[in-house]
Design a protein around this ligand. Structure first.
Ligand code: F6P
Length: 620
């Protein structure tokens, strides 16, 4: 592959589109939204890309329903495309990583319009790295970049914290793997399994890295509880079987109070009790100092505790103890992961868009989705071990960019939808629609050049290996999509190694940060998640009232089965009757409520009572 990294001549001029169109009334979210400065091809050159939001509000532009979302004007001439490929190819020599943006059709005019906005984004990023409060809502610094180069931390206290934590993780992992720290009920043995309990950013990074990098026979195998699904939890515990006694349970939660994680912990502790095992001697907490989880672990005397830092967000915590501890225990070289991320961090500090792979990604996202998330990003790694990359990116990108308000308080309903699994598998699932159906996406191909470790390859037909097929499928799909005006980015690495995985994590972290600046949003908070959590809490509070009402009626002689209306009335919540119905149906399905009359299929027919009267709960 050519080693040209963006200092080459300018790209051939592409045909800029000058059409201006309006979103109209489709999608109520857009109706009340302010518009963004949009790429040059849609704004007739009226609006500088660096214009202030107030100027941008003057027009609202985007893809109209009428054009079916089809982009016109993508370069198709093979020679011109080749030139564009060569001119724009980004290479990181030391990492063996390439970014090809040639199949995204941004024009020189668009690039010029975006340049000042990128310079502002680079400046904001530099401030963030110096310790500015980059998460204003929460009044927090954003320091995940310091994790791979503690020299950058804004003060010596943080630097020491980072270094000490890394040393502690390495030492603990060494002691567990070597058997210096043994499971209490198996003094001759070693820990053989990890059960990781956590959710969101406290699970997705470790899951992705385990799938990508764990050796075939790791020193400890890893399992995850990342939900409050009782059947899922039972399954994980059942799969461990006798090995529960040699299982290290790592409970990961930045806040230390996430309900799903707490429930997972309580379920696991119950399993330990039932197996006659001492959980504390096998439990490890990764959490913020003095969180509920931290205090529990300290008071109960758990085997170890590792800190999560206030200035590291869950979705950017893979290079903190959250990701490093499980990785190290699986025998993954975490210092290499950090080195790869640090190299990428250096590269993505470049203030020259062409020379900055994260800026290139952000540029393409903006172009492809009009800076308003009008198209989804389909992430397709052609490598089984990278299966979970898209799931990992889903949180990183969508929790960061999916915001109702911008930094100036305007309602913008921003975001960038991410989905995907892996190629070529997905070619036999939904690529049909991508090629020919609704044009609401762009693709990111992740290519891995090395098919197998050296010496293992063979030709399954003359001149062709299994990996050649995978390569052919990727290239064929990229070409076939482009021929039908479907744009794509390709990120290529030589191999899936700790170094390249660290680099890819760092690449996308930075791309998200830069893109957030371009669209003027706070990438580091997640206010929207709270609404769901609050509503869940309200449902559970209502369930307690329903239970109290049913209990009272069920303690009567004779038992008084109640209609839904009666339950709602006695709960003083007639407006919540639908939710009350759902609560009762759920309880009935789990043998916790009995349907005396009627059936759940016709809610108005139901009369319900509890199988048992609980006198202790009567006047609660
Ligand atoms: O690590 P915690 O505090 O348990 O949070 C888990 C996840 O929950 C979220 O806060 C969303 O609810 C994510 O941002 C986070 O990664």
């Amino acid at each position: 592959m050519a080693s040209i990294s963006g200092i080459c001549s300018s790209s051939p001029s592409l045909k800029p589109q000058t059409k201006t169109s309006f979103l109209g009334t489709t999608g109520s979210l857009r109706k009340d939204s302010v518009s963004f400065p949009i790429r040059a091809k849609y704004n007739d050159g009226k609006l500088g890309a660096g214009a202030a939001q107030s100027v941008a509000k003057e027009i609202s532009v985007g893809l109209s329903a009428a054009d079916g979302g089809v982009k016109k004007g993508l370069e198709k001439d093979p020679q011109a495309l080749w030139s564009r490929y060569v001119d724009w190819l980004y290479q990181h020599k030391e990492l063996g990583l390439f970014v090809d943006v040639s199949r995204i059709g941004f024009s020189d005019e668009f690039l010029a319009e975006m340049e000042p906005r990128f310079q502002a984004a680079f400046k904001a990023m530099a401030e963030l790295e110096k310790g500015a409060i980059a998460n204003p809502d929460e009044g927090r610094m954003v320091g995940h970049y310091w994790l791979r180069n503690s020299e950058l931390a804004p003060n010596s206290f943080l630097k020491t914290q980072i270094n000490n934590t890394l040393d502690a993780v390495c030492n603990f992992a060494d002691d567990i793997i070597s058997g210096k720290i043994k499971p209490p009920s198996s003094p001759e043995g070693r820990f053989t399994q990890i059960l990781s309990v956590g959710i969101g950013g406290s699970a997705l990074g470790p899951q992705f890295v385990a799938e990508a990098l764990a050796p075939d026979n790791p020193p400890l195998k890893i399992r995850f509880i990342d939900n409050t699904d009782p059947a899922g939890i039972d399954h994980q515990i059942a799969q461990l079987g006798q090995e529960l006694e040699t299982t290290l349970v790592i409970v990961i939660s930045k806040s230390g109070g996430t309900p799903e994680t707490r429930n997972g912990l309580l379920e696991v502790q119950k399993a330990f009790r039932e197996a006659g095992l001492n959980f504390a001697k096998q439990g490890v907490a990764v959490t913020q100092e003095n969180s509920l989880l931290d205090n529990t672990a300290r008071i109960e005397g758990w085997l170890a505790r590792f800190p999560m830092f206030d200035w590291v967000g869950g979705r950017t915590s893979e290079m903190s103890a959250v990701g490093l501890l499980p990785a190290a225990l699986q025998g993954i070289d975490i210092r290499e992961m950090l080195a790869g991320a640090a190299l990428m961090d250096n590269a993505t500090r470049s203030t020259e868009i062409r020379n900055n792979p994260a800026a290139l990604l952000a540029l393409c996202w903006y172009w492809a989705s009009d800076g308003i998330g009008s198209k989804d990003m389909v992430v397709l790694p052609y490598k089984d071990s990278l299966l979970l990359f898209s799931r990992y990116l889903q949180q990183l990108v969508m929790e960061s960019l999916g915001k109702e308000f911008d930094l100036d308080g305007n309602r913008v309903n921003q975001g960038l939808t991410v989905y995907g699994n892996k190629g070529s598998t997905d070619q036999h699932a939904y690529i049909q629609q991508l090629r020919e159906g609704v044009h609401n996406f762009f693709v990111t191909f992740i290519e891995v050049l090395r098919d197998r470790p050296p010496g293992h390859d063979w030709e399954l037909e003359p001149g062709v290996t299994c990996g050649d097929y995978l390569f052919g499928m990727l290239q064929g799909t990229r070409s076939a999509l482009y021929a039908n005006d479907r744009e794509s980015i390709s990120v290529t690495v030589q191999e899936v190694t700790p170094r390249t995985v660290g680099a890819m994590v760092a690449l996308y972290e930075r791309a998200v940060g830069l893109y957030a600046s371009l669209v003027n949003i706070n990438a580091y908070h997640q206010p929207g998640v709270e609404a769901g959590k609050k509503a869940a809490g309200e449902v559970l509070a209502l369930q307690k009232r329903v239970l109290a009402v049913l209990n009272e009626a069920s303690c009567k002689e004779p038992v008084e089965p109640l209609t839904l209306d009666e339950v709602a009335e006695r709960c003083h919540a007639p407006e919540d009757i639908e939710m009350i119905y759902k609560i009762i149906a759920h309880m009935a399905a789990n043998d916790r409520a009995l349907i005396a009359e009627g059936s759940c299929g016709s809610p108005r027919s139901i009369k319900v009572f509890l199988g048992e009267c609980n006198l202790d709960e009567l006047y609660v």
